[in-house]
Design a binder for this molecule. Structure first.
Ligand code: B12
Length: 325
């Protein structure tokens, strides 16, 4: 027996094998009973199937599983994905992804993030905060300490931006489903602060809103503050979301608030959500502003929870209600 056969993380229950193969658990039990699939038994008499045995059967029967494209890393991917599902920790995912990045295996890397981003049991806000942002932080550190080249960081950024864009149609479909009963489609304008070329935060917010049925006018990175105001009025948006990454500071956030307050038109009210790593270091409690609502968020999760509690929904807007683009 190879040492990896002793790794208990790689022994699957019959229902885990059934999920992996997309078949009914009784089919897996039948394969075990007919000797097609080797298994061990726990002290309590339950079947446990080693991942490598399950994968050999998949190959023999030409059954494709989500692990198929990761050969020869199926065991690593299996344990990494299960760590996310069991504890919400992305440590193994990040270690695996960093190894692939250093070897130039961006195809595998993007497949893994796509798999996690569309996984029905992984909440999308947590995928953004821990999966994507957590990894980008590791990458930022690796770049700062000279372990990664600028080119590798750029390659990774492009790869993960593509992953998010590939997830977008699924998010929009889900959003459309949530718009039941002819409820008017709320409209948002989202982008990153003037001078800020970091676009991931605002892209995550775009998807998180679309997933909830919002129509989002996405302005991308480095947007002049006045343009947020102009787009809000032109599109009748009830929410404006602005992202700030370092080196943008709390002073930049307050400048953004001041300019948007100057342009604020009571006839076109909106809620203002600021967000990004800069939110950790800013106190908005003393800011007097005319917006229907104002808050700063350092995560998609915090923003998502605020939306759940009604943030941004109190505004009566002359929104241009239309099809999701
Ligand atoms: C990728 C990257 C870049 C890419 C960006 C590519 C792109 N298309 O976005 C490029 C190469 C362009 C870049 C440029 C620069 N970068 Co840079 N970059 C990064 C890196 C590695 C990842 C940032 C990222 O995308 N994170 C992923 C997203 C999802 O995380 P996030 O932004 O935090 O967003 C999350 C939350 O904050 C929140 N959120 C964000 N926005 C919003 C908005 C709303 C409304 C809400 C509700 C929530 C929310 O939700 C998100 C999900 O959790 C970071 C490392 C790090 N520690 O972050 C450095 C980092 C931010 N960059 C840094 C630097 C120094 C720069 C440059 C100045 C480098 C240079 N000398 O040119 C320039 C700045 C250019 C500019 N004017 O903006 C430093 C900043 C250090 C500092 N304190 O000043 C960092 C920290 C790297 C480091 N360790 O030194 N960078």
């Amino acid at each position: 027996m190879s040492p990896e056969r002793f790794n208990s993380d790689l022994f699957l229950t019959t229902s885990q094998v059934a999920d992996l193969f997309n078949v009914h658990p009784s089919t897996v039990k039948r394969w075990c009973n007919e000797g097609e699939l080797a298994f061990d038994k726990t002290g309590g008499g339950h079947r446990r199937i080693h991942l490598s045995d399950a994968l050999s059967l998949a190959r023999e029967r030409e059954i494709s599983t989500f692990l198929t494209p990761f050969t020869p890393y199926e065991g690593h991917v299996w344990t990494a994905v299960n760590e996310v599902l069991d504890s919400g920790s992305y440590n193994r995912v990040h270690a695996l992804a960093m190894g692939w990045l250093l070897r130039g295996s961006t195809g595998r890397l993007s497949r893994l993030f796509l798999e996690l981003g569309r996984h029905p049991q992984i909440p999308f806000p947590d995928f953004c905060d821990h999966g994507i942002a957590g990894f980008m932080r590791d990458v930022g550190e690796a770049w700062r300490s000279g372990q990664l080249r600028v080119a590798e960081e750029h390659m990774l950024s492009e790869t993960l931006l593509e992953v998010l864009l590939q997830l977008r149609p699924e998010m929009q479909r889900r959003g459309r489903r949530s718009l039941n009963g002819g409820r008017p489609q709320p409209v948002a304008v989202v982008g990153a602060m003037e001078g800020d070329r970091h676009s991931f935060g605002s892209l995550c917010i775009r998807l998180a809103l679309e997933r909830r049925g919002w129509r989002v006018f996405y302005l991308g990175a480095d947007v002049p503050v006045e343009d947020f105001a102009a787009m809000q009025t032109a599109r009748g948006a009830s929410l404006v979301g602005v992202s700030f990454a370092p080196p943008a500071s709390g002073a930049d956030m307050k400048r953004c608030i001041r300019i948007l307050a100057e342009f604020y038109d009571e006839a076109h009210p909106f809620a203002l959500a600021l967000g990004g790593q800069t939110s950790d270091s800013v106190d908005l409690s003393d800011v007097a502003a005319p917006f229907a609502e104002l808050a700063a968020f350092s995560s998609v999760r915090a923003f998502h929870d605020a939306l759940e509690s009604g943030f941004g929904s109190a505004v009566e807007t002359a929104a241009t209600v239309g099809e999701i683009a």
